[in-house]
Ligand binder design. Structure first.
Ligand SMILES: [Mg+2]
Length: 176
């Protein structure tokens, strides 16, 4: 788990009195409706730049947005997404435009080719070493299964039918 680039995250350990527990939330398929851009991944080969570039016009998913607003009352919201770092500015802008708390946004490093579920498990272990994680929300069945097996309290976002195109891309190609 130790990653020299993230040493500031390690060694804290202590639970700080009065700090709210964490709610760790995925973006795509939970608060962002990705359906309009999945067509970029159905092409062979998939057009990843176009896929990410189109994210700034994702419609919000009302169920997810309401859930996050409710959780934010007594949790600290941490976003955990398979989107690459290069999408950070657009993602933060989009979250703000929906009236969502931006706070901490954890994104996959641009050169990271690990499957999405492995990246997320690694980030969760890091987060959980210093704060209590009260809930994790993700829409990807493969992510949900792995994180539950790792002991995390995961709520499966099921308000958008999961699109196998994206699941295959995230978990096998490790591109998002
Ligand atoms: Mg997702």
């Amino acid at each position: 788990m130790a990653d020299p680039g993230r040493m500031s995250d390690l060694g804290v350990g202590a639970q700080h009195a009065g700090e709210p527990p964490l709610a760790v939330i995925d973006v795509d398929g939970v608060v962002a409706d990705v359906r309009h851009r999945l067509r970029f991944l159905r092409a062979l080969p998939g057009d990843w730049e176009a896929f990410f570039a189109a994210a700034d016009v994702d419609p919000p998913l009302v169920e997810g947005v309401e859930l996050v607003r409710t959780l934010a009352r007594d949790h600290e919201v941490i976003w955990l997404t398979g989107r690459p770092e290069r999408s950070r500015a657009a993602t933060e802008r989009w979250l703000r435009a929906q009236g969502l708390p931006v706070g901490e946004l954890r994104m996959r490093p641009d050169a990271d080719r690990r499957p999405g579920r492995i990246f997320k498990r690694s980030e969760l272990r890091r987060l959980g070493s210093r704060r209590r994680v009260a809930v994790v929300v993700d829409d990807d069945p493969a992510v949900v299964e792995l994180l539950r097996a790792d002991g995390w309290p995961v709520l499966r976002a099921d308000w958008l039918a999961y699109e196998p195109t994206l699941g295959n891309a995230q978990n096998e190609e490790g591109r998002t």
